[in-house]
Design a protein around this ligand. Sequence first.
Ligand code: ADP
Length: 189
Amino acid sequence: MLNLVLFGPPGAGKGTQSERLIEKYQLVHISTGDLFRAHIKDQTNLGQQVSQIIADGNLVPDSITIAMLEEEIKKNPQAKGFIFDGFPRTVAQAEALDTFLASISEKITGVVALDVNEEELTQRIAKRQEISGRADDAADKLKKRIEEYFSKTIHVLPYYEAQGKLAKVNGIGEIETIFNDLTAIIDQY
Ligand code: ADP
């Protein structure tokens, strides 16, 4: 299996690049943000539990997120591999993912991190909010999400670096150029 983590701060372009990558490599895309939004829209139990947390720009507790992710992997036993987008966002999530994959004799192949500075992120999300209307894209909530990223999520990078699995790609520029940089790395796995 080819199991990739696409890593980066809010607004780094993970969703855009994931769409292209799943097509090229025939992988199953698991975006925890998309899954949560679907639960909220369908007003499931889980959706009701997380909707305020997400609207405020906070991270959903690890236990909830990890359980949802494992369910999603189990739903796709025929997958050639997965792209994890927006997960793991904490070191505990990264550890849980490794443990779960090991239990099905799988592992993370590699982690590609999209590098985008904070100024560019803020600009992109301001633009996105005009289109998406996502409550958590509003300026104060976005500030919280970026804070969560720099206080909790950033620590996931050294976790994978220590495993020799981390590669970084410049996330600013043409979508096509960034995609080519990503595939150049993935093709070497
Ligand atoms: P973005 O990539 O723009 O940050 P996402 O769609 O990935 O947005 O996530 C939206 C929100 O969903 C996050 O701000 C957080 O509240 C919640 N969320 C998504 N993934 C996780 C995760 N792995 N752990 C905890 N919370 C998460």
